[in-house]
Design a protein around this ligand. Structure first.
Ligand SMILES: Cc1cc2nc3c(=O)[nH]c(=O)nc-3n(C[C@H](O)[C@H](O)[C@H](O)COP(=O)(O)OP(=O)(O)OC[C@H]3O[C@@H](n4cnc5c(N)ncnc54)[C@H](O)[C@@H]3O)c2cc1C
Length: 399
């Protein structure tokens, strides 16, 4: 493996890493982007894109391509445990206007490939089939990584800054001792269905504690179906996930009714535990973006948007640090503060929603309140859709 000099090594070329590399390259920074996989690579995901994600995709130069591949979603149709249905739309709320008045459903293979295609069009040293196995830490700062290519050749790759975008199993976070478990222990089971009747314009959510399910129409006659269950319920079925999935889908009565006539058309993928936490690095020379920086639950569908927005924030800090020649922990602390500002409020809303969807009575009550006040549901969808600040929910409640 050749070890060309880079200013920044980005580990992982999913949405977080590809976006980071693109933005850095546009600032004239020499970037080496490493991924253990070859694209397109499989990724278990609900395949929903928040209405604010197109703003970043536009900045990255891929929105036109993505528009041609995605299904626009005008809003979400939510079914409560008692069958109450509420429908929210993505629309301008007060002064808060979404970048697009719709969310999107798009297969990850297509979205991620669109981003990687943009990477390939830029002067970025992009290497697939290169797995990072360790980080080089010298005098309290990360100075590079140890990586292995597909022939098993190891190399020490050096850079002024390492940006970890290596997803939920981040080797960088793990080697730096930053990753730990979360009290929420859930597992997601994901597949595709076809033969669904109607409703191509909305995402559909079925809340039925302790489970919930989401359908996203990613293409004509193809819906992404995810069911999220307690990890302990799924664990005994690890060898027979298809059986467990089918039984669970039948058990969720409103989902079962919706799926009448539909059929599963792909193997069931599983991922769990879904939630984990990642501390901020205690050393300099490193930033974490996307899932490498932590993940809670796909219910509020913010993972890809957070990956893209996190990349923007990381690049702002990285470019300043590289220019000043100081990539110390203190110099990079601006990124931690920017993340807190960007994601802190939404994280609190996510925690509150997790509580609501875990309690049948509360989930029903919330649905009844939202059914009476559709405007409030649109505000909530705006918050979930990343274009309305969470504080608007409080204002919305007292209005
Ligand atoms: C079940 C489920 C459903 C979800 N549904 C949604 C949804 O509907 N909408 C949404 O917005 N988000 C959703 N998410 C979250 C979303 O999938 C992630 O937040 C998003 O993929 C994060 O992007 P990323 O670039 O950080 O990580 P990834 O997309 O995981 O990319 C990480 C990349 O790093 C590479 N890599 C890993 N380790 C190494 C290594 N050691 N060396 C080199 N390369 C490495 C991998 O090959 C991969 O390409 C869901 C997540 C789950 C688990």
């Amino acid at each position: 493996m050749t070890t060309g000099a880079a200013d920044v090594i980005v580990v992982g070329a999913g949405p977080a890493g590809a976006a980071t590399a693109i933005l850095l390259a546009e600032h004239g920074v020499a970037v080496q982007l490493l991924d253990r996989a070859r694209f397109p690579r499989p990724k278990i995901c609900g395949e929903y894109l928040s209405p604010e994600a197109p703003r970043v995709l536009d900045r990255l130069g891929v929105l036109k391509t993505v528009d041609g591949l995605a299904t626009p979603l005008a809003g979400m149709r939510i079914t409560a445990p008692d069958g109450t249905v509420v429908i929210g739309t993505y629309r301008t709320v007060g002064d808060w206007r979404p970048y697009r008045e719709h969310a999107m459903a798009i297969e990850r293979a297509r979205l991620d490939e669109a981003l990687v295609e943009r990477v390939r069009a830029l002067p970025i040293d992009f290497r697939e089939h290169v797995r990072v196995i360790d980080v080089l830490v010298e005098r309290g700062e990360v100075r590079g990584v140890v990586a292995v290519d597909r022939d098993g050749r190891a190399a020490r790759l050096r850079a002024r800054l390492v940006i970890a975008a290596d997803g939920r199993a981040s080797v960088v976070a793990e080697r730096l001792g930053l990753r730990h478990g979360h009290r929420l222990k859930r597992m997601a089971l994901v597949t595709y269905v076809s033969g669904l009747d109607g409703c191509r314009d909305y995402g559909e959510v079925f809340v039925d504690p302790p489970d919930y399910a989401i359908i996203n129409p990613v293409a004509a006659d193809r819906g992404n179906l995810s069911i999220v269950v307690p990890l302990a319920h799924a664990a005994p079925w690890s060898g027979r996930l298809e059986t467990f999935f089918t039984a669970r889908a039948k058990h969720l009565q409103h989902l079962a009714r919706r799926l009448a006539g539909a059929r599963i058309v792909a193997p069931v993928g599983a991922m769990g535990p879904l939630a984990y936490e990642v501390d901020a690095p205690r050393v300099g020379g490193v930033l974490l973006v996307g899932d490498a920086a932590g993940f809670v639950d796909p219910f509020t569908g913010e993972g890809i948007y957070a990956a893209l927005r996190g990349a923007e924030l990381a690049v702002e800090t990285a470019v300043g640090a590289l220019r000043s020649g100081d990539c110390s922990r203190q110099a990079l602390a601006a990124y931690r503060r920017a993340r807190r500002l960007a994601f802190g409020g939404k994280a609190r809303v996510t925690r509150a929603l997790q509580f609501v969807i875990s309690h049948r009575g509360l989930a029903n009550l919330t649905a009844h309140v939202l059914a009476q006040r559709p405007g409030l549901l649109d505000v909530l969808l705006g918050v979930i859709g990343d274009f309305v600040p969470p504080k608007a929910l409080v204002t919305g409640l007292v209005r």
